[in-house]
Design a protein around this ligand. Sequence first.
Ligand code: URA
Length: 212
Amino acid sequence: MDRDQLWQPQFDFFRQEAPDESEYLGQVRSLGELERRARQCSRCGLRRGCRNVVFGEGPPDAVVMMVGEGPGAAEDAQGRPFVGPAGQLLDRILTAAGFRRSEVYITNVVMCRPPFNRLPQAPEVEACLPFLRAKIRLIRPRIVVCLGALATQTLIDPRARITRVRGQWSERDGVLYLPTYHPAALLRDERKKRPVWEDFKKLRETYERLVG
Ligand code: URA
């Protein structure tokens, strides 16, 4: 079955309050504090089966944020996002588009590795969502790039099909969202490289317009 169709979101990222939002967002004023809370989190079962909470990395005031799906084996082992094969490809795409990896904030929809790299399930996404929302609120990126279907459906539209919406900008609360294919999808299907390159060129153009 198409992985895009496996994800049936139960919520709308912007319209419906995430569970326990006040508990998570009310008092958190810094990324460091948010990360400490993430490391103590046991809101879903994923934490029991993984080695590290992969919180995310990058400048706390990054202009561009990348959001993937969830940690894989390499990320779980190192505690860092996008350091395995998909991450190495992401690094190359970023470099080609004129970005240093160290200038973008990189994170995922879920912070703990799902067993056997399966797609995160709706309750797991909902459990992690207050953290993702808080990261966006604290970092205030101007641009969020949604890497793949899960990030796109979580952050832009629960009904979105990545094949249809990739490359299309949308704006919410002053943040621009750009969906594109996940780098892992490019490793499986070479034909997705060209559209992703087009999307990253758009990203670069808009970034330059915004930062002048
Ligand atoms: N895939 C993701 O979605 N995120 C990672 O961090 C690594 C691979």
